[in-house]
Design a protein. Structure first.
Length: 372
């Protein structure tokens, strides 16, 4: 076999070993990137995860030049660049492209630091089947051209990385399903056993109190009844936290009672009937909860519309208020957790989140999650 071929196979084998063993996404990508740089003559590399709205997050990086590390890697976190733009508009499909780096160009203009003579990078999309996760970028000093052979090799490495990302995400998903199932089992047990026992203590103590002639005994029974009642209330709260009340009647009913508890007037509409997978139901519940919390905290109105539309392909949930509204940009980094967590939950299920709002015109939060 040709020497080049053997060394390429060795690179693929070494990286495959790291990717196969990995169970933690960050560590695995970090190690795979390091290995790639060690065994090629490339100097720096980084991986961006990109969500459906085009928002990128640097998930791993190795040996970035000072220019890109300026202000705790701000140039890598903010601003647009050509590789992410091309990835989003579909021009970056499978081939690896070499392009001038806008982040490095900006850093030269703003004098952010040494670029280590890096001006260009190769860009490869990370994907598995038709699922896309982001980009792998690699570069070396003075390197403005990558041979087709090098790009092909990077393409193969990117394919391996994409498959490993999918494997880890699938495992995380299965763990989440298990967790929900376990929580549901716990709720059922608590409800059927402990809750019923507390109820019995309550009733028995009440009977004891009314039958007892002795004042002290009467008081003791009353106290037991009071404690049992208190424990029942605590138990209810615990059960609610573990699994929302009414979820057995569907997500709409659960969210409606949650909204009512917050003092909102929820007008609900549901189209299509189907039992949703537990993970999807859980996500809709958490996202809906946050949207209702936001209505109560920020919208300045108690009127909220909740629409859920379930078809064979997807479930769409829309929460709309006609309140204060706000200025929202999907690509801007938010200092708050609510909307960010919503986005993360939806991403995990390959869904889409859209927030439409403007001052004085209310807010619409729309979520769609594929059911396949
Ligand atoms: N329905 C709404 N009506 C008006 N403004 C809203 C609405 N939803 C969100 N906002 C605005 O968007 C901001 C971000 O919302 P987000 O839920 O991320 O944060 P938060 O509610 O302020 O804090 P938390 O992290 O506790 O959720 C809010 O601070 C608020 O200004
Ligand atoms: Mg919030």
């Amino acid at each position: 076999m040709e020497k080049d071929h053997i060394s390429e196979l060795k690179i693929l084998k070494d990286i495959a070993e790291i990717l196969n063993e990995g169970t933690n996404l960050h560590t695995m990508l970090h190690d795979a990137l390091l290995k790639l740089l060690q065994i090629t003559d490339l100097q720096t590399g980084w991986i961006f995860f990109i969500d459906k709205n085009g928002k990128h997050e640097m998930i791993a990086a190795q040996h970035l030049p000072p220019a890109l590390l300026n202000k705790t890697a701000q140039p890598m976190c903010n601003g647009s660049c050509w590789c992410v733009d091309r990835y989003m508009d579909g021009r970056l499909q499978k081939a690896s492209n070499i392009m001038e780096c806008k982040r490095l160009e900006d850093s030269v203009i703003h004098e952010w630091g040494d670029t280590h003579d890096i001006t260009h990078h190769a860009t490869v999309p990370l994907q598995a089947g038709d699922e896309r996760f982001g980009l792998l970028n690699v570069a070396a000093p003075h390197k403005i051209h990558f041979e087709q052979r090098e790009l092909d090799l990077l393409g193969s490495v990117a394919l391996q990385i994409g498959t490993a990302i999918k494997r880890i995400k699938l495992t995380q998903f299965q763990q989440e399903v298990k967790l929900i199932e376990e929580r549901n089992r716990l709720v059922k047990d608590l409800h059927d056993s402990v809750n019923q026992l507390l109820f019995s203590i309550n009733v028995t103590a009440k009977a004891g109190s009314s039958l007892a002639k002795d004042v002290q005994l009467k008081e003791t029974f009353s106290l037991i009844q009071e404690i049992a009642q208190h424990a029942q209330v605590e138990m209810k709260a615990l059960i609610w936290q573990l699994r929302p009340q009414g979820l057995e009647n569907g997500i709409v009913s659960a969210l409606k009672s949650y909204g009512q508890m917050l003092g909102l007037n929820v007008k609900e509409q549901i189209k299509g009937v189907s039992v949703l997978p537990a993970v999807i139901e859980e996500t809709l519940w958490r996202v809906g909860q946050e949207a209702f919390n936001n209505c109560r905290k920020h919208a300045g109105t108690a009127e909220v519309h909740l629409n859920v539309n379930i078809s064979k392909e997807q479930v769409i949930m829309k929460i709309q208020d006609s309140g204060n509204g706000f200025i929202y940009s999907a690509s801007a980094e938010l200092p708050t957790l609510g909307l960010k967590t919503m986005q993360e939950r939806i991403n995990r299920l390959n869904g889409k989140l859209s927030v439409t709002s403007s001052i004085g015109n209310g807010t619409v939060v729309e979520v769609s999650i594929p059911l396949s």
